[in-house]
Design a protein around this ligand. Structure first.
Ligand code: ZN
Ligand code: ZN
Length: 641
């Protein structure tokens, strides 16, 4: 729905008046502006707002909007001059590496070797910087693992700042328009990922608003890779008002760039780590597809388009995303930045949460997923391991099985291949290995990382606030970052890969992809499968139809296509599956998640699992907690209200 610009500016004029009435006299407001879901107040005196925290809180309550205060661009010194000023003020030993100016927020992020020297006694130096340049300085220690992905994303967003500003204004006016519909109903349409794993996508619709939740790709299928995006409910695609992403895995975010090819021009809401990991995985996906000569649904320009349209939200921030919908993202415990998306529809009319993928157990990386909400009527929950026999061993059992399997392989002079998703299981396994070696439970052998694993790990170190308390303590208070251990060696060339395969030394190889459907792990498998001293260890979910699943089932001869030709390889290496590392909840965890949920939803929809498992989990829920449970098929619509 388009909104005439003058309607927007009328609303803004009115809001500016109300802001001025709501603040103490003596503080000036230059102008107010919508930027996506936020109302931004520009002032020449941001400090006066900051010194008096209640002003913003009261305004937010009064206007029922998220309020942000930023310095009037007039008072900001040009970045090039500003950096000279910063270097003049901070003593040389501070070691300033870089400074990122964010014109969206009026903040400058200063990366330094010794942050203390930039801050100064009682924050003296920081204040002097701020007085001289207008920007609000924030200091961070130079990141332990530099991420080129994050650097590229930041500089791209900086270069696009003008068109992004325009985009945010447009989104803001649309969100803050008056609702027009008089009817009241809510529907959920399954577009993909129901009674299957892959291509997750739902449409949540009200008379006012259409929201797409996830837009994944089915990487284990050649024919049905995409959700049903051509059906009348979502086509043409520009009638969608917002896209919300639960997490970055390809089966949830892999086809987001495709939406822009089809003409979508609206916002994508996601956590900051999801945004960065999503770009990484999408670029990797099209890179691998092009190397293998398979069809590529979109190009890197569309990945950038998606990035430009992404609005980040942290956990717990209640945000208007449409005139009748508020969104809050909560920790899902599954991978970095993964979220349960909670929607509050109408003025207290209805609440629904989509779990995406969830882990209801503390893992080495994350806290368990959230299952308390202010209100909840309906729940859409994954059931990857919802089947009657899907019990996982405990994490400590899984850890000791991993250690003993590696030990045994090393003793017989073999190599260990662990296929893993770049994001999630890789970091979990890295921490287990580092821990085992540090505590002497495992002899130190080189651990080679191939594929996007190291880059994904660098993104983890850039968002420590998204890791669990234990890990943050280890990193910040004990100065021990397990990801930086010199056990880990990056494989960054084809020749290095061959060297690892051919060498006599025992080692552990962590390589993508996690389900043996492409990626560098294929070369290791091909090179090492003939030797029975070697071991292949599965630590993650293997979807039906993937090579990983076939080998897991015991196939001994595998057709293997490489550079357009098909050969047969013989599987002689040992194959071991270790279940307890999953980022998904097992049957008990899923059941407890629902049982202990507060408040209790009256309706439950099940998705993201093989058909049999979804149906079995539905039966269990019906029997044990006596709720209305629906297992929708793709293309089905469920009316909630
Ligand atoms: Zn996932
Ligand atoms: Zn998933």
């Amino acid at each position: 729905m388009g909104v005439a610009p003058d309607v927007g500016s009328d609303i803004l004029k009115d809001l500016k008046k109300r802001v001025e009435e709501g603040i103490p006299s003596g503080i000036s407001v230059s102008f107010v502006e919508f930027e996506g879901p936020e109302l931004v107040i520009y002032t020449e005196e941001p400090k006066k707002f900051a010194d008096n925290g209640d002003i913003i809180r009261n305004l937010a309550k009064d206007l029922r909007k998220r309020i942000v205060v930023r310095p009037d661009p007039k008072v900001l010194v040009d970045p090039e001059k500003a950096i000279e000023e910063i270097k003049r003020i901070v003593p040389e030993e501070g070691g300033i590496n870089d400074a990122y100016f964010d014109p969206d927020t009026g903040e400058v992020l200063i990366e330094a070797d010794k942050p203390g020297l930039v801050i100064g006694k009682y924050g003296e130096t920081l204040r002097e910087i701020s007085r001289n340049i207008g920007w609000t300085p924030k200091v961070v220690r130079a990141p332990p693992l530099p991420s080129s992905m994050i650097k590229n994303i930041r500089s791209y967003l900086r270069a696009e700042k003008d068109s992004r500003k325009e985009f945010l204004r447009r989104v803001g006016q649309k969100i803050h328009r008056e609702p027009t519909a008089r009817d009241q109903w809510i529907r959920v349409t399954a577009l993909g990922g129901c009674r299957e794993v892959g291509r997750s996508s739902f449409l949540l619709s009200t008379p006012e608003t259409r929201i797409l939740i996830d837009c994944g790709v089915n990487v284990s299928s050649d024919n049905n890779i995409s959700p049903y995006l051509y059906i009348p409910e979502v086509s043409p695609i520009d009638q969608i008002d917002a896209v919300v992403l639960t997490h970055a895995h390809l089966d949830h975010a892999g086809l987001v760039p495709l939406l822009f090819k089809y003409g979508y021009d609206g916002p994508i809401y996601a956590t900051p780590p999801t945004r960065d990991l999503m770009v990484l995985l999408q670029l990797d996906y099209i890179d691998i597809a092009s190397k293998e000569g398979s069809k590529i649904p979109y190009n890197s320009a569309m990945v950038r388009e998606a990035l430009k349209h992404t609005i980040v939200l942290n956990y717990g921030e209640v945000t208007d995303i449409a005139p009748d919908v508020k969104l809050t993202l909560h920790n899902a415990g599954h991978i970095l930045g993964s979220a349960v998306a909670h929607f509050h529809i109408g003025q207290g009319m209805y609440n629904i949460a989509f779990t995406g993928d969830i882990k209801y157990e503390r893992t080495l990386l994350f806290d368990p997923t959230v299952n308390t909400f202010p209100r909840l009527e309906a729940l859409v929950i994954e059931a990857t391991y919802g089947g009657n026999r899907d019990f996982q061993p405990s994490r400590s059992e899984a850890e000791s099985k991993l250690q003993s399997t590696i030990k045994k392989t090393i003793e017989r002079g073999g190599k260990v291949i662990i296929p893993a998703f770049a994001v999630g299981r890789s970091q979990e396994v890295m921490i287990v290995l580092e821990n085992a070696v540090r505590k002497g439970a495992l002899d130190p052998v080189p651990v080679y990382l191939d594929g996007m694993i190291l880059e994904a790990t660098a993104i983890h170190t850039a968002y420590p606030e998204y890791l669990n308390q234990n890990l943050r303590n280890l990193i910040f208070h004990k100065g021990l970052n397990p990801f930086l251990s010199d056990l880990f060696i990056q494989v960054d060339s084809v020749s290095k890969r061959q060297e690892v395969i051919q060498s006599e030394e025992s080692c552990v190889i962590l390589a993508t992809s996690g389900m043996l459907n492409g990626g560098p792990v294929m070369e290791y498998l091909r090179g090492l499968c003939h030797d029975e001293r070697n071991t292949l260890i599965f630590v993650g979910y293997q979807a039906e139809g993937t090579l990983g699943r076939r080998i897991q089932k015991g196939w001994k001869e595998i057709p293997f296509s490489r550079e357009g030709r098909t050969e047969t390889i013989k599987i002689r290496l040992e194959v071991v599956t270790i279940d307890g590392f999953s980022g998904h909840s097992d049957r008990n965890q899923l059941l407890n998640y629902v049982r202990r949920m507060r408040p209790q939803p009256s309706k439950i929809l099940i998705n993201h699992g093989e058909e049999r498992k979804c149906l079995e989990f539905a039966n269990t829920l019906r029997k044990k907690i006596r709720r209305e449970v629906v297992v929708p098929k793709n293309l089905e619509t469920v009316r909630l209200l």
